[in-house]
Design a protein around this ligand. Sequence first.
Ligand SMILES: [Fe+2]
Length: 285
Amino acid sequence: MAGITLENITEAVINHGDKGKTNPRLHQIYTSLVKHIHAFQKEVNLTTEELDIGRKFLFKLSVPNNDFPMGEIHLMTDCLGISEVSILLEDKGNHGTTEMNVEGPLFFAGLPERANGAKIGVDDTGKPLFVRHKFQDAQGKALANATVDVWQPNGEGNYFVQKENLPEWNYYARFHTDAKGELNFETVVPGDYPVPTSGPTGAMLEQLGRHGYRASHIHYIVRAQGHPDFTTMMYFNHSPYVNSDTIFSVKNFRVDIVKHDNTDAIKARGLNQPFYTLDYTFIIP
Ligand SMILES: [Fe+2]
């Protein structure tokens, strides 16, 4: 075999050993990854010093910190759009604006069952939001008795685990749709919030002049009989970050809320401030 050169090293790595013949999918992924990484090094003429900076950076990503007990590799894949590319590849469409999305790190098992129509949290300074949903399949058939998990931050953008003195399970709920596939609940307009930026991911965002904000959203997991579990996020058009979300997960699942400031309407709701309503029909693939 000829000596290793810049021209033949990629083929040499790919053909080393049995080429992963016992696992064709691994072979496909490994071959492509090696080709792309070598091409990237050649394109930017990566120096050994720069490679070492990269190695140290990857090591730092894997070290647990206060915000991420498993390290920040997941966050980094989110902020580089890698997580979203896989979602876009997997989501085959046919369900309108109800697009697939990532679960994110703040879903926890054991969230409390709440009655259809319930208020799902406490936030004295939040903007009251009354949500009315329908859940149906692609043919328009109502999804009765579907399990719907809902979670969101409060009006200031804090999930209950992120700030002291917030009630346990604040703005987390497990619901069941009624016989018409409907679900109503009372919440607050969720706040925009930044991803934790005290670690290496935050340092990268700062050096690139990127903000770390997620656009205001509510998370859902829908489990309906005869359908695969469906995980998504619903975004709000009024968010200043809706076109620059830091994990690139805002697609067409964006909704508008309607403000109500009529005195009689406010009184009828038992409130003393304007409130908001939202109507949205989910189409579950
Ligand atoms: Fe979130």
